[in-house]
Design a protein around this ligand. Structure first.
Ligand SMILES: NC(=O)c1ccc[n+]([C@@H]2O[C@H](COP(=O)([O-])OP(=O)(O)OC[C@H]3O[C@@H](n4cnc5c(N)ncnc54)[C@H](OP(=O)(O)O)[C@@H]3O)[C@@H](O)[C@H]2O)c1
Length: 333
């Protein structure tokens, strides 16, 4: 069996193109003492990989080197083990398995998954990093309470579609912001938001004001930029802005925009707080308990978008960044 990995061939200028990536083939690695080899079945694509493709954009992880395997989560099965706690046949999810068919690892990046609870793609989406991010953002960061008014951007995406559903499960009213009428229909009809706003549809401020007659207690910001600036004047007293992502900035050559006026921070006693889900691993068990109960009760539906074929990973990644996918974008190898 060949070992294939997708490496960064050159740094993208703005939106990545397929030529920025290259498939490299090798022999399947063998483990040393304390290591395992995981054969991946599914890759989870995330905008964070785009941040790491730029040399000069400040991120929370170092930039990828040219020739390095692209960063990303994966589900797979242990196929070779010299690790005391991991056996051949164990199903696992890895936060940084990478865009590759196999991962040689000391196991610290692995968690067990139960594929009888949910299929592999769901362990990358609703029950994976995307779900954990939505959960931590709403609970630990926003301190969401029942009956509150929530707005979330990139609402049809991996994190956003979980924010909509978790906030509804926590008895809040939710407005999703997404690009285009089809996505907005998806956000209300399939994901279950109370209303949707099309940020490409013009008069964003007016659309938002009509969708949020009682203002906004929590804005879950996945995009930054113009959408954030349009939600800002609608924030209620003691409102919270959860800074989860700034995807509007990731493909830019330079950081732009000074952001919204700070005065309402004072007059409305607002809280603006960023977070990295990776620093909330201590909440994983609580998240898994609540999210799997919501899934079992059909209060939350998984929203993974599965693309077949390892070679299609770069195309699927570009489609995800450009907003042409729905929910969590997953590649089945
Ligand atoms: N803090 C953390 O620990 C953490 C963890 C995971 C993810 N994140 C962040 O959360 C955000 C969502 O990630 P995800 O994995 O769920 O990706 P995603 O939402 O599935 O995909 C990205 C979506 O962003 C939207 N988008 C792209 N460019 C935009 C722009 N210029 N303005 C507005 N929307 C734009 C597109 O939707 P439309 O078609 O609607 O434009 C696209 O579908 C990202 O910013 C990501 O970096 C943060």
């Amino acid at each position: 069996v060949a070992y294939r990995r997708i490496v960064l061939r050159r740094r993208p200028e703005g939106m990545p193109v397929p030529e920025d990536f290259e498939v490299v083939e090798d022999a399947v690695p063998t483990p040393d003492d304390g290591q395992v080899v995981v054969r991946h079945s599914h890759l989870g694509l995330a905008p964070a990989a785009r941040i790491r493709m730029s040399a000069d954009v400040e991120g929370y992880l170092p930039p990828l080197a040219l020739g390095e395997t692209v960063y990303g989560a994966a589900v797979g099965v242990v196929v070779d083990s010299r690790h005391p706690d991991l056996a051949v046949g164990d199903d696992v999810v890895s936060i940084n398995g990478g865009w590759q068919t196999h991962d040689l690892t000391d196991g610290r990046n692995l968690r067990p998954v139960d594929l009888s609870v949910a299929p592999a793609p769901t362990w990358l989406g609703a029950l994976g990093v995307s779900g954990l991010t939505a959960y931590v953002g709403l609970t630990d960061i926003a301190r969401l309470e029942a009956g509150q008014q929530v707005v979330v951007s990139a609402a049809a995406g991996a994190v956003g579609s979980m924010v909509v559903q978790f906030a509804r499960a926590l008895d809040c009213r939710v407005v999703g912001v997404a690009g285009g009428p089809d996505k907005c229909r998806h956000v209300t009809q399939t994901v279950g938001a109370d209303a949707a706003v099309d940020y490409r549809g013009g008069d964003l401020a007016g659309q938002l004001a009509r969708a949020c007659p009682e203002g906004v207690d929590v804005y879950f910001d996945n995009v930054g930029g113009a959408v954030r600036d349009a939600v800002w004047p609608l924030m209620n007293q003691y409102g919270r802005v959860v800074v989860c992502g700034q995807i509007a900035e990731y493909n830019r050559r330079t950081q732009e925009g000074s952001g919204p006026d700070w005065y309402p921070l004072l007059t409305k006693s607002l809280t603006v707080r960023g977070f990295l889900a990776s620093r909330f691993q201590h909440r994983y068990d609580d998240f898994l308990r609540d999210a799997s109960a919501w899934l079992r009760a059909d209060r939350v539906v998984p929203t993974e978008f599965v693309v077949d074929g390892f070679e299609r990973t770069p195309d699927a990644f570009i489609a995800m960044l450009a907003g042409r996918t729905l929910g969590k974008t997953v590649v089945a190898i």
